[in-house]
Design a binder for this molecule. Structure first.
Ligand code: FMN
Length: 175
């Protein structure tokens, strides 16, 4: 997959190795640096208020501060962006995830947030990403289309499993 020239900062940044979690499949708790914690995965969708004229730059700004906060709070995940909407997967310890979601909800660059799912999980799907991202554009439209997502699709109405599968497939793209 080619990166559009001049926009490398939009592409997912991998986390440093020491943050990798070990999780217990039987009890649903993750061990992080020796401490037990309850791991939650939250998926939400929202309407984007980014302006068409500088959407890519604004998205870059959102991501650079999101990755800074997420690195500090051991949050991982993936952001899907279409012309009119966002869907985001967030994974982390319950209290830190709630703080992060409150920050996201207060951001005026989107509106109408809907939590599509919030559940304890045994392990992270996006353990390697402080925040991966994929925009719907000419290089990704085929993959988005396979999961039924077009620029006209309302992301909040998509099944959570389809959004997770789409994000997972996009995260596996060669960097
Ligand atoms: C679509 C979207 C995704 C975001 N994702 C995150 C995130 O993953 N983690 C986070 O801490 N903040 C996230 N934010 C919130 C912004 O990054 C937050 O408003 C910003 O970090 C505020 O800090 P600043 O004023 O220093 O930029 C997101 C905001 C939007 C609109």
């Amino acid at each position: 997959m080619q990166r559009p020239a001049g926009h490398p900062s939009l592409y997912p940044s991998r986390r440093s190795q020491f943050l990798t979690d070990m999780s217990c499949n039987s009890c649903g708790f993750a061990s992080h640096q020796g401490k037990l914690m309850s791991l939650i995965r939250l998926v939400y969708a929202s309407h984007s208020l980014l302006d068409d004229s500088n959407r890519r730059e604004e998205l870059g700004e959102i991501l650079s501060s999101a990755r800074r906060f997420n690195e500090a709070n051991d949050i991982t995940g993936f952001l899907l962006a279409t012309r009119g909407a966002f869907a985001q997967v967030l994974e982390g310890e319950a209290a830190r995830l709630s703080e992060t979601y409150a920050r996201i909800e207060a951001d005026p660059r989107h509106t109408g947030l809907q939590v599509l799912s919030r559940a304890p999980v045994a392990e992270r799907l996006f353990a390697g990403w402080t925040m991966g991202v994929a925009e719907h554009d000419e290089t990704t439209q085929f993959i988005f289309g396979l999961y039924g997502v077009t620029p006209e699709t309302d992301l909040p109405t998509q099944p959570v499993d389809a959004l997770l599968d789409l994000a997972g497939e996009l995260a596996r793209r060669p960097g």
